[in-house]
Design a protein around this ligand. Structure first.
Ligand SMILES: Cc1ncc(COP(=O)(O)O)c(C=O)c1O
Length: 432
C-alpha cells in the first residue's frame, strides 16, 4: 500500500531523506518552512496517468500548484496544462508550454484574459456561462479569431466530498446547469456565434473523490448529453473532457483508488455509454491537479515552542502555518506528520501542531501521535503538501512565503526563492 510520503522518501542514519538528500541538510541549507518536491515521484505520477488513460489528453490542472518549473516537468511528461487565470496562463508561457496544449478555465474570465488567450492561440477554452459566450464572440469579431471551445456543464452529480470542492451538483457557480436546461440553451445559442466553435463538452464534478462511482456517473451523463445534442441539434461533438478530482492519500486513513483502476472504470463507462447511444467515441481529456502534484511534496517546518497544558493537550508551534497551508483551516484537511530530523525511542504522545499566525484556527494537524521528547529545534515533515498549499499561500502576518526545491538523485534545483522582508513590503506605497 502506498504511503502518504513521496516515492523516494527513506530513512538513512535516523534522518528522513528525499531524492537521496537528508531533510536536515535541506532545512539547514535552504531554511524552513520549505517545500521539498520529489522529482521522481512527480514524473512517475504523470507517467502513471498517461498509462492509465491511453489515447486520452491528460492536462495538469495547474491551479493545484502553478510554478514555472513544475509546468516544465508536466509538459515534458506529455501533459497538457489547464489554467484558470491570466497569471496561470502567463506561467505556462514562461514554462514554454505549447499553447495549443493549453485549456483555459474560469467562471469569470475577464475581457483581458480572453484577449490574451486569443493572442496566444490557446488550444481550448472551457466556456462557463452565457456572458462569456457573448464576450468570446465580441473578441472574436474584433480580432478575427475563432475560439475552439468546450461547454462546461454542471451535470447534477454530487461527488460526496467537502462542500468547498464540490462542483458538479446543481447549486454551483460553475458551468451550464444541465437540470435547468442551460446546457441545451448554451448549445443552441453557440450555434449562432460564428467565432465560437463548440468542439466538445466538459464536466468536473469535484475534488478529493475516493470512489469511482461519481466519475462513472459523470461519464454516462456526459455521453448521454452529447447523444442528446446530436438528436436535438444535429451536431456531433468530437471531444469530451471529464475533469479531474481523483483523491489522494494524505494520511494512512485515506484509501483512494489507484489511478489504473480509475482510468479503467472511466474508459469502460465512456465506451459503454457510446455503445448504448451508438455515439462515436469522442477524443477524451482529463485534468488531474492534486493527484499529480500533492504526493510529491513534503513541507519541512522547524519546531519553535512546545506548550504542555496538563489535562488538556500539548501544542507544538512551527515556523509556518496557515499562510503556507490553508487546507486544515479551510477544509478541516489532515496531513500525515512525522519527526524528520532525528530518530527517537520516546513513547508516542498526542500533539496538536499549530502555526505561528494570530489565529486559533491556524492548525497544521490536530492530535497527531509523535515521540514525546519533541523539543524546539526539531524538524517536522508534513506529507502531501504539493497541491493547494503554495498556490493558496498568503503573507498573513506579513510572513515571507517559503522557498521550494526540487530534489532528485542527490541533486537540488530551486523552484521558488524564499521571499524577503523587502518583498513583503515591496507593494506598499508610503503616504507622502
Ligand atoms: C475545472 C477543474 N479541473 C480540474 C481541477 C483539478 O482538480 P483536482 O486537483 O482535484 O484533480 C479542478 C479543481 O478545482 C477544476 O476546477
Amino acid at each position: 500500500m502506498e504511503t502518504p510520503w513521496p516515492l523516494t522518501s527513506a530513512d538513512v542514519d535516523d534522518v528522513m531523506t528525499i531524492g537521496g538528500l537528508s531533510v536536515a541538510d535541506l532545512a539547514n541549507e535552504h531554511g524552513t518552512p520549505l517545500w521539498v518536491v520529489d522529482e521522481s515521484d512527480l514524473r512517475d505520477r504523470c507517467k502513471r496517468y498517461r498509462t492509465a488513460f491511453p489515447d486520452v489528453d491528460v492536462a495538469y490542472a495547474s491551479k493545484a500548484w502553478c510554478v514555472t518549473g513544475l509546468l516544465q516537468i508536466a509538459a515534458e511528461e506529455g501533459l497538457w496544462i489547464d489554467v484558470a487565470s491570466g497569471g496561470e496562463l502567463q506561467t505556462a508561457v514562461n514554462a514554454g508550454v505549447s499553447m495549443d496544449r493549453v485549456v483555459f478555465h474560469g467562471n469569470n474570465k475577464s475581457e483581458d484574459e480572453l484577449r490574451m488567450a486569443a493572442d496566444l492561440r490557446v488550444g481550448r477554452i472551457a466556456v462557463d456561462g452565457f456572458a462569456e459566450l457573448d464576450r468570446l464572440e465580441r473578441i472574436g469579431i474584433d480580432l478575427g479569431h475563432t475560439f475552439a471551445v468546450w461547454l462546461r456543464i454542471t451535470p447534477g452529480i454530487d461527488a460526496h466530498t467537502h462542500e468547498y470542492v464540490r462542483t458538479g451538483h446543481d447549486d454551483s457557480k460553475f458551468g451550464f446547469t444541465l437540470s435547468l436546461g442551460f446546457a441545451d440553451e448554451a448549445m443552441e445559442y453557440s450555434l449562432d456565434l460564428p467565432h465560437v466553435d463548440v468542439v466538445g463538452a466538459h464536466a468536473h464534478i469535484g475534488s478529493q473523490i475516493f470512489g469511482t462511482d461519481p466519475f462513472i456517473a459523470n461519464a454516462e451523463v456526459m455521453v448521454g448529453l452529447l447523444a442528446h445534442w446530436r438528436a436535438r441539434f444535429d451536431v456531433t461533438l468530437t471531444e469530451l473532457n471529464l475533469g479531474g478530482g481523483m483523491g489522494i492519500r494524505y494520511t494512512h486513513e485515506d484509501h483512494p483508488v489507484a489511478v489504473a483502476r480509475y482510468g479503467e472504470a472511466v474508459l469502460a463507462a465512456v465506451q459503454r455509454a457510446c455503445d448504448e447511444y451508438k455515439f462515436p467515441m469522442p477524443r477524451l481529456a482529463v485534468e488531474p491537479g492534486r493527484a499529480i502534484v500533492a504526493p510529491s511534496t513534503v513541507t519541512l517546518y522547524r519546531v519553535g515552542v512546545v506548550k504542555r497544558l496538563p489535562g488538556l493537550r500539548t501544542y507544538v508551534s512551527v515556523d509556518g502555518g496557515m499562510s503556507d497551508n490553508i487546507r486544515p483551516a479551510l477544509y478541516g484537511a489532515e496531513h500525515e506528520v512525522r519527526l524528520a530530523g532525528r530518530a527517537s525511542t520516546a513513547a508516542l504522545e498526542p500533539f496538536t501542531i499549530v502555526g505561528k499566525h494570530c489565529e486559533s484556527g491556524d492548525l497544521i494537524r490536530e492530535r497527531v501521535s509523535l515521540p514525546g521528547d519533541l523539543v524546539p529545534g526539531d524538524l517536522l515533515a508534513v506529507a502531501a503538501t504539493g497541491a493547494y498549499t503554495e498556490s493558496m499561500a498568503s503573507n498573513y502576518n506579513r510572513l515571507p512565503r517559503p522557498a521550494a526545491v526540487l530534489v532528485k538523485a542527490g541533486e537540488v534545483r530551486p523552484l521558488i526563492r524564499r521571499e524577503t522582508y523587502a518583498d513583503v513590503v515591496a507593494r506598499d506605497i508610503p503616504l507622502a
